[in-house]
Ligand binder design. Structure first.
Ligand code: NFS
Length: 645
């Protein structure tokens, strides 16, 4: 079948409309774009203006930049800068969340509160905060202050790394990889990589790893945990996906981006009867809030709201003509949206001063009046409903999928009613029913639409008894293959994984949230080590990370923090540092000796899955569990026998 036919009915229909209406989409731009061959392999340096230098060596002799920088230095610098840039996205997201968290803790914000006290206490403990006899506001104020101080911290280590296993923390310390201040690592990396500074490949990559670790165990973990405390820790609920979740007879509002603070208020405010009445007065039967990108994952995991699309579908959603308003916050927002919206009646509203787009209206997020703002935005959408012109909503949406697998939920679901624990997961890995655990995460690429790259990797993995954890846009691809429903276990999973999933009632692919929520996967891995039986370091675990369709610098930062945390990481592309054999070898082989993790770059999805499975088998062999042991599957009776505590 051609890619065109494979794209899925909804995408094909909307791309057809785009063609007829002469609307340019990322799919078309991607098809006509000839990627820069120099940039693709890191053969280009533009860190100063003596070049930009093209380090292409035709005869194989060493080629240097004007400043003398080698191909190796340039590749390492470029890679390290990608890490720093990706980090900056997550860290700056964290900063916004901490600001609102502190306001909520002080009782200064009417509409944000401390919802999850259990998690508050847990994170307070991580920060060494005494919780005895103190009320939640008091604890939260101290926690907010301590976290704020970590952004500018000049000495010491980030507190969250205390959640990693002891052996890993020691390794980080010994190798100078323990992350210090969150902002400091990024600033230092930008400094290291300016012209004429750090030119030692190893030095750059090690600092890059420390920068990345400050993301995974800091810049990403902080928003995940504080969002949970303020907005609620996700637990399993139902949701739907695909472009057919837009409603013909309702006011459709799309929340898009990554920061859930305003989206959360929109979800609250839509319950206001006066807005519902206003929608009815305009001829709509209700107001439908759906999401795109990671804001979609946030509102799906906490409220069961539908994912209308991932990164690749953001333009297509507008081409339905059924979107009254799209409110965007930060990151992964295409600049083409206002131009496409102009062809319809759709209003594009930017809400972050850090992400303005020409042609969009701007309503800057104001945490003190977030609820009122949310109402104002909904009202704009409602008033826009009668302006609809031609509408075409594809008749494509998934069955009810299950999302909301926070680390706590995984522990609870697998541990049973009486004791939340990773013991059953570890036991089922040890006895071979589950081969390993893999995070399949990351973006969706317009150029790969319809090729089933992400879903093929996942299908192979679950068929081989690998439990898959998902975040980000990758989850949308799998939602559309119905891998996020419990029935997928019987249909697609290997017999061992299927039995475990059936017993517990979970899908073989667990949706854990947005991209900052990859930190949940780190915590799950740490919990597996702490539980015992699978070695005493993260690098011992039969786990891996994979981003089959990555595109963002954030993905590189995430990949490197998994490598730094001892995991094999497979990305679905050719090596972005191919112009330097040295840097490429270090990332794909050398790091094994340093952190136990390593990179692989492989565009073929079947091969990606094979690399992962092979490494999991290597790790299982090292643990002495390569052979399936006698079956231990926790049924209800065995769960009842588990002692509490
Ligand atoms: Ni992650 Fe989320 Fe999607 Fe990729 Fe963009 S939305 S942060 S970067 S495209 S998964």
């Amino acid at each position: 079948m051609s890619d065109e036919k494979n794209k899925g009915k909804a995408v094909t229909e909307l791309l057809d409309i785009a063609k007829v209406e002469n609307i340019q989409t990322a799919h078309a731009r991607s098809a006509s774009m000839k990627p820069c061959p120099i940039g693709a392999t890191s053969a280009c340096c533009k860190n100063c203006f003596m070049g930009p230098c093209r380090l292409v060596s035709k005869s194989g002799e060493e080629k240097r930049g004007v400043c003398g920088a080698t191909q190796d230095t340039v590749a390492a610098r470029n890679f390290a800068r990608m890490i720093a840039a990706g980090n900056a996205g997550h860290v700056d997201h964290a900063r916004e969340i901490v600001k609102v968290f502190r306001g909520a803790a002080k009782g200064e914000l009417k509409h944000y509160e401390i919802k999850d006290e259990v998690k508050l206490h847990m994170i307070a403990k991580v920060y060494g905060i005494d919780t005895d006899g103190r009320d939640k506001q008091d604890i939260a104020i101290e926690l907010g202050d301590k976290i704020t101080a970590e952004f500018g911290q000049q000495e010491g280590e980030l507190k969250m790394i205390g959640r990693a296993p002891k052996k890993r923390r020691q390794l980080w310390k010994d190798k100078g990889l323990s992350p210090r201040g969150i902002d400091m690592e990024i600033v230092e990396m930008m400094h290291r990589t300016i012209v004429g500074n750090d030119q030692d490949v190893m030095s750059l990559l090690m600092a890059g790893t420390r920068t990345a670790l400050s993301n995974g165990w800091g810049g990403s973990m902080i928003p995940t945990e504080l969002q949970d405390i303020m907005l609620g820790t996700p637990s399993p609920l139902k949701g739907k996906a695909n472009l057919g979740v837009l409603e013909e007879d309702q006011v459709n509002i799309i929340v898009h981006g990554h920061d859930p603070l305003l989206a959360e208020m929109i979800v609250e405010a839509v319950k206001d009867e006066s807005l519902q009445a206003a929608a009815r007065a305009k001829g709509a039967s209700g107001i439908n809030i759906v999401g795109i990108c990671c804001t979609a994952n946030e509102v799906l995991l906490r409220h069961g709201l539908s994912m209308v699309g991932s990164f690749s579908q953001q333009e297509l959603a507008l081409i339905t003509g059924a979107v009254e308003l799209m409110a965007v916050d930060i990151q992964c927002i295409m600049q083409s949206l206002p131009a496409i919206a102009k062809c319809y009646h759709t209003k594009i509203i930017t809400t972050s001063d850090k992400a303005k787009i020409p042609g969009a209206a701007h309503i800057p997020f104001d945490e003190e009046n977030a609820y009122e703002q949310a109402k104002e935005i909904i009202k704009l959408a409602v008033d826009n409903f009668p302006n609809r012109r031609k509408v075409h909503i594809p008749d494509e949406k998934t069955a009810d999928l299950i999302a909301g697998f926070s680390h706590e939920t995984i522990s609870y679901m697998l541990g049973g009613t009486f004791r939340s624990s990773y013991r059953p997961l570890n036991d089922n890995i040890i006895n071979g029913r589950i081969l390993g655990v893999v995070g399949v995460v990351g973006c969706s690429l317009p150029k790969d639409e319809g090729k089933g790259i992400t879903s093929t990797v996942v299908k192979e993995l679950i068929a081989n008894n690998v439990l898959v954890l998902q975040t980000g846009c990758a989850s949308y691809a799998c939602a559309n293959e119905d891998y996020l429903i419990p029935e997928a276990a019987v249909k697609y999973a290997g017999s061992g994984l299927a039995e475990v999933c059936e017993t517990v009632g979970i899908p073989p692919v667990l949706h854990c949230g947005s991209c900052v929520d990859n930190s949940r996967i780190l915590i799950a891995c740490a919990a597996m080590v702490h539980e015992g039986g699978l070695g005493n370091d993260l690098a011992d675990l039969p786990v891996a990370g994979c981003a089959p369709e990555w595109m963002s610098e954030k993905a590189i930062a995430i990949g490197q923090y998994f490598v730094g945390s001892g995991a094999p990481v497979v990305f679905g592309s050719k090596s972005p540092v191919a112009n330097s054999k040295c840097v490429n070898d270090l990332l794909t082989k050398g790091f094994k000796e340093i952190t136990g993790g390593f990179w692989a770059f492989e565009p073929n999805p079947n091969k990606m899955a094979q690399i992962i499975i092979d490494e999991i088998v290597v790790r299982r062999t090292a643990l002495g569990i390569e052979k399936q042991k006698e079956r231990v599957l926790y049924d209800m009776a065995m769960r009842r026998d588990l002692k509490c505590g």
